[in-house]
Design a protein around this ligand. Structure first.
Ligand code: HEC
Length: 217
């Protein structure tokens, strides 16, 4: 399958180099023939982007949860807050860099103000919130942005279990006083408390360049 991508890119290279290079008729026809036989449709590229978005966001989630569990067992819950505050962003940046995509989490009930949705994410997040309020299950979503050159992949983040409540649950009942003090110190605008298991906490947001998807096919 990699071969198709190569032909595809080669063809783009030919057509976009501004006429400086001449391509022999034979080479051009060969590439064209391969394009026709193995041409990737927009629907196929979109489907691949969806599968890839699912797999990268799952990988990022597993990475965050496993490092969070380590931090909690080493330093306790209040100590792990500092870990989240310092490390969540670099961990996601690293996972994104490996795959050539930009990855973040967005929430309207944010803890870190940097996780507020941007204008492209906001309507999707609102749809997820509407579904959550009305008991409708939300699915991952993918749409074209930047004139079709980038795919915006999103997936709801639902609180899966009690582990999360020690920092996102009810103050007093789920969150102990030492943890509350640490949260107040680091996140004076915190809106990410008071959750229960099953609540919508936010969403994954991945910006996947189309060319990175095509490279994989
Ligand atoms: C040790 C405390 C702690 C635990 C446990 C914890 N979180 Fe968080 N969470 C944080 C902190 C601190 C931040 C802010 C991170 C930052 O500054 O980048 C955060 C941020 C987030 C965000 C990003 C949006 C925002 O509000 O800024 C999501 C989504 C999230 N947490 C979901 C979860 C889920 C789901 C779980 C359970 C698997 C969980 N958290 C468990 C402390 C915790």
């Amino acid at each position: 399958m990699r071969k198709i991508a190569k032909y595809f890119l080669v063809l783009i290279g030919f057509t976009s180099c501004g006429g400086g290079e001449r391509v022999s008729k034979e080479v051009f026809e060969e590439v064209n023939k391969n394009m026709e036989v193995k041409k990737l449709s927009e629907a196929e590229i979109l489907e691949e982007a969806m599968i890839w978005g699912d797999s990268i966001s799952t990988e990022a989630q597993m990475e965050l949860i496993s490092q969070l569990q380590n931090a909690i067992s080493e330093r306790g819950v209040p100590g792990a807050i500092e870990f989240c505050s310092v490390s969540a962003f670099p961990i996601l940046t690293e996972v994104g860099k490996v795959h050539g995509v930009a990855i973040k989490r967005a929430s309207n009930r944010y803890r870190n103000p940097a996780d507020q949705p941007d204008p492209q994410e906001q309507p999707i997040l609102e749809a997820y919130e509407y579904n959550a309020e009305n008991g409708i299950k939300s699915d991952p979503n993918i749409q074209k942005i930047e004139g079709g050159e980038v795919f915006l992949y999103t997936k709801p983040i639902v609180i899966p279990g009690g582990l999360c409540l020690s920092c996102h649950g009810d103050p007093g009942r789920d969150i102990n006083s030492e943890t509350l003090a640490k949260l107040a110190e680091l996140y004076p605008q915190d809106q990410a408390k008071g959750h229960q298991v099953g609540d919508l906490r936010g969403m994954w947001s991945l910006r996947i360049p189309k060319k990175e998807v095509v490279k994989r096919m």
